[in-house]
Design a protein around this ligand. Structure first.
Ligand code: HPA
Length: 261
């Protein structure tokens, strides 16, 4: 059974070395996912890839059907998801080109459809640790093995977009402990938890966040930087796939236990 899913963000529309064997169109009770799921093999490991913004890139962050995307992965038998995200760097170590494996989230999104449980079934999943720490550990090992420098923690503040932030917003996010800012990790991460899937984020700092430098932000620099590090991200993913243990021992797989009212 295929068990690993990858969600690609801006600038990551496929993974170098990934051989696609099937394009699978899915429909879900929550509507249609961003695109067909790409089923295939990467360095001998079965992987399912989904471009979050569709291909070509046409779905803005606030209009992504996150519920359908995660549901589709679950239906396809995926147990673990790695989400690749472009982010702006807020704290001092977060320079463009840095790859961060965040450990925390601040959710500033509003009005996104963020749960599978919005009718009779009342569910409150534990989200103290929003990412799967077992997967994060495998990514750290993969970084070490493949010589790819990683920032091993960081708080990801997620905003709706699609506009970029104001200087005051970034100063505020910095004051509350955010290290990077992006538009797509939520509600992906919490939906994965509701689906009892392991979820980890590989965040690529593509630019300094608004007001961190004097430079005006452009989408071109985001896509350019993402292109530049795609090879590294792909090497990191390949190594990670080989290091992820077969059996899950983390709490993610039992997220719904004692979560229902
Ligand atoms: N802000 C929000 N989202 C982003 C940024 C940013 O500066 N860069 C890449 N995604």
């Amino acid at each position: 059974m295929v068990k690993i899913g990858v969600v690609g963000g801006s600038g990551i529309y496929d993974i170098p070395g990934f051989t696609i064997t099937e394009y699978k169109k899915m429909t879900t009770p929550f509507g249609d996912p961003s695109d067909t799921y790409r089923l295939g093999e990467l360095s001998g490991v079965k992987v399912i890839f989904l471009p979050r913004h569709g291909s070509p890139h046409h779905i803005p962050p606030h209009q992504i059907n996150y519920r359908a995307n995660i549901w589709g992965f679950k239906e396809l038998g995926v147990e673990r998801i790695i989400s690749v995200n472009a982010v702006g760097g807020i704290s001092s170590e977060m320079n463009p080109g840095t790859i961060v494996i965040p450990d925390q989230i601040i959710d500033m999104t509003k009005g996104r459809k963020s749960t599978f449980y919005d009718s009779d079934d009342v569910v409150h999943i534990d989200f103290t640790e929003p990412y799967c720490n077992e997967m994060r550990k495998s990514i750290f090992k993969a970084g070490k093995k493949s010589g790819i420098a990683l920032m091993k923690s960081g708080t990801f503040v997620c905003v709706d977009g699609p506009r970029l932030e104001t200087k005051a917003e970034i100063a505020f996010f910095k004051s509350i402990g955010a290290d990077v800012v992006g538009m797509t990790v939520m509600p992906e991460a919490s939906l994965a938890r509701e689906g009892e899937l392991c979820f980890a984020c590989v965040a690529v700092v593509t630019n300094y966040a608004a007001g961190i430098t004097e430079k005006r932000l452009t989408t071109t620099e985001v896509v350019e930087m993402m292109r530049r590090v795609t090879g590294q991200v792909s090497d990191l993913l390949i190594e990670t796939f080989h290091l992820i243990p077969d059996r899950r021992v983390c709490p993610c797989k039992d997220a719904l236990r004692e979560a229902r009212i």
